[in-house]
Design a protein around this ligand. Structure first.
Ligand SMILES: Cc1cc2nc3c(=O)[nH]c(=O)nc-3n(C[C@H](O)[C@H](O)[C@H](O)COP(=O)(O)O)c2cc1C
Length: 269
């Protein structure tokens, strides 16, 4: 919907609304013509973004209620997708035997990846807690099915990976919605996709994209575990923003943005 049309529609809706005094409900534009959020709504959004964490430990045994899980999954299902192909499926896993097998795969793959690093780095890697498969009450495997609405999907022909990108958008929605609900999520990628296929009965042609561990936690760490453990630092924003061409840290017309990048944007947190 174009902005002009949207504006006209909103004026119409606002003028016609018979229950203007009722509290705003989900989906309401609450009379704002620019579609922007109120400052409280923005704070809520940024709070979810900045305080989301990858959670591998500290899960409580409190089960995730059906309603909460439903909202989290529905948020994931409202992610953008190439050509509106919605190529995701969510396999919900509680079964301990299945989760035990997934964890066996984690240990095998961790062993294989440990062989790629030496000395102190290797022992540090092996000391990190990198999964919460059995500690969390629910696991979710998010898959990519390229055959959905296919084979022609608008926008996917030139860059086939856009299908998988869409699934990652769904994962991010899930992660943020879970944070808003107080539910921790940990992504485990130290796994064999072949093992996942076998354990979960995923057909050939469907790709497991994300294996997630979900559960309530008492608190969310303020920093990523890997940052706190001294594995890697967070890069500064100016280091990752280029202007006009790859590698350019400056260009005419971008001074205001560039200066802002150098200042402390933590006030949004
Ligand atoms: C694609 C992907 C795969 C990941 N795989 C793992 C994993 O196997 N084990 C793990 O502990 N964390 C995994 N993570 C979580 C990252 O380590 C984490 O996002 C990063 O350290 C930043 O921390 P934060 O998410 O708390 O901000 C993965 C994250 C992504 C996006």
């Amino acid at each position: 919907m174009g902005p002009l049309y949207q504006g006209a529609l909103l004026s119409f809706v606002c003028a016609q609304a018979p229950d203007a005094g009722r509290p705003p409900a989900h989906g309401d534009q609450v009379g704002r013509m620019d579609g922007g959020f109120t400052s409280d709504e923005k704070s809520g959004f940024y709070k979810a973004v900045y305080s989301r964490r990858d959670v591998r430990s500290g899960f409580t045994q409190r089960p995730v209620e059906a309603g909460v899980l439903g909202r989290i999954l529905d948020a994931a299902h409202h992610a953008p997708s190439v050509g509106f192909s919605q190529p995701w499926n969510f396999i919900l896993i509680k079964d301990e035997a299945s989760r035990g097998k997934v964890r066996d795969s984690f240990y095998k793959e961790r062993e294989r990846s440990a062989a790629l690093v030496d000395g102190e780095r290797k022992s540090k890697y092996l000391s990190l807690k990198l999964e919460g498969i059995l500690d969390s009450p629910v696991n979710v495997c998010v898959t990519y099915d390229p055959s959905k609405f296919g084979p022609f999907v608008i926008g996917r022909s030139a860059i086939p990976d856009t299908g998988v990108y869409s699934v990652c958008c769904a994962v991010q929605n899930l992660w943020l919605a879970a944070r808003a609900e107080g539910v921790g999520v940990g992504w485990v990628s130290i796994l064999s996709n072949d093992a996942l296929r076998e354990i979960l009965g995923i057909p050939e042609g469907v790709l497991p994209v994300a294996y997630l561990c979900l559960g309530y936690v008492d608190e969310f760490a303020t920093k990523p575990d890997l940052e706190a453990a001294g594995w890697l630092p967070r890069l500064g924003l100016p280091e990752v923003v280029y202007y006009e061409r790859w590698g350019r840290g400056d260009a005419p017309g971008w001074e205001a943005v560039r200066d802002l990048m150098k200042s402390n944007l933590d006030t949004l947190k």
